[in-house]
Design a protein. Structure first.
Length: 373
């Protein structure tokens, strides 16, 4: 295949376009409409996907409250022997307000000292119990050597180890108070005791449909509050997950149907173009032109139709997506549409492949009927 042959095909294709402008622009209009339908449903699919992602981000969380009726205190010990450790343990248990006590060796904690993990039955008595523990001989007397634990690391680890858990975030009492102030009108939180805002853990799950199952596992973990409201999960999680999946399946189905319909529309348009030029094709065949030689100019013409259509649809798509992103930046409820403009490059690439494919393959297939002379 020489350069002269390729130049001849390209020249013939563009000469035909100039000669049959009405037919050419009809083909461009048809393919533009077809590709725009595909682009439109792609935009709708991405909008739905962004909405689902935002909803899963907000709803795919379980709020877990630790057993705030009790309190844990870490007690650092001086360098003492086993007998002294046992004596200190008995004295702490004798205080009466202690529910459990566990010895933590420095090897286990990977610290430079041994300690006790003390659980107090009533968190309101924490300060009193801490003062009594500090008075026991053998207990370290530093300011931070006997302190109430703000975060239960054992509970944190157990939550994070659950299957289906993506992330665990600890919310302290102070953060809970600040969040409450942000959510309610100014002044409504004044005079409300701080104890009403307990510390909690926000558990982010990977699959929204597993929310209820994971919540059930969480309720069985030691350290989690025993009340029903101590593990908060959206009761509609399963329904929302199924709705999200159904929405995506519907969007994909519509996309496929639109693509097939687009191909059919373009094929018919190309057939009309070829029918108008059937005499020209017959003459080329009678003078000895091969099928490939005869097809080439029409395939190039189909390619040009595809490229022009893709350019038009890409511009329209960019304007629509940029407009949606601009609106989203001003309207909070539509914030999920903010990244819409980012899908334009990928969508334009898909349209380019489809436009070239439908234009060239459609022309190649449609012309076969007129090659039989």
């Amino acid at each position: 295949m020489s350069i002269n042959t390729i130049s001849y095909w390209v020249a013939e294709a563009f000469a035909s376009i100039v000669k049959n402008q009405k037919v050419f622009w009809t083909g461009v209009a048809t393919m533009t409409i077809a590709l725009f339908l595909i682009a439109l449903f792609s935009i709708l699919y991405n909008a739905a996907d962004f909405l689902i992602a935002m909803f899963e981000e907000s709803q795919g969380k379980i709020e877990v409250f630790q057993d705030y009726k009790t309190a844990k205190v870490d007690v650092r010990l001086n360098s003492v022997d086993d007998a002294a450790i046992a004596d200190i343990k008995n004295k702490i248990l004798a205080l009466g307000e202690v529910k459990t006590i566990r010895f933590v060796s420095k090897e286990e904690s990977e610290l430079e000292y041994d300690s006790f993990e003390v659980t107090i039955e009533d968190y309101r008595l924490s300060k009193q119990v801490i003062n009594k523990i500090k008075a026991i001989q053998g207990v370290a007397q530093g300011e931070n050597d006997v302190v109430a634990r703000t975060i239960d690391y054992d509970l944190y680890s157990k939550l994070y180890a659950l299957d289906g858990v993506k992330e665990v975030e600890y919310i302290s009492k102070e953060e809970a108070i600040e969040r409450a102030k942000d959510r309610v009108p100014a002044g409504m939180t004044e005079g409300v005791p701080d104890d009403i805002y307990p510390a909690s853990y926000i558990v982010t799950i990977e699959d929204l449909s597993m929310a209820n199952e994971i919540a059930k596992e969480i309720r069985g973990i030691e350290g989690v509050g025993e009340e029903e409201d101590d593990v908060l999960v959206n009761e509609d999680s399963d329904f929302i997950a199924k709705l999200a999946i159904s929405g995506k399946v519907l969007a994909v189905t519509i996309f496929i149907v639109s693509t097939v319909a687009a191909c059919y529309m373009v094929m018919n348009s190309i057939k009309l173009m070829l029918y108008a030029r059937r005499r020209e094709i017959s003459i080329m065949k009678y003078v000895g032109a091969t099928d490939a030689f005869t097809k080439a100019p029409f395939i190039i013409e189909g390619l040009v139709i595809g490229l022009v259509s893709v350019a038009v649809v890409s511009i329209i798509t960019f304007v629509i997506c940029r407009g949606l992103s601009s609106i989203a930046s001003q309207v909070a409820i539509l914030s999920f549409l903010s990244p819409m403009v980012d899908v334009v490059p990928t969508l334009s690439t898909i349209l380019l492949v489809l436009g070239i494919g439908i234009g060239t393959i459609g022309s190649s297939i449609s012309i076969n009927k007129y090659l039989e002379v």
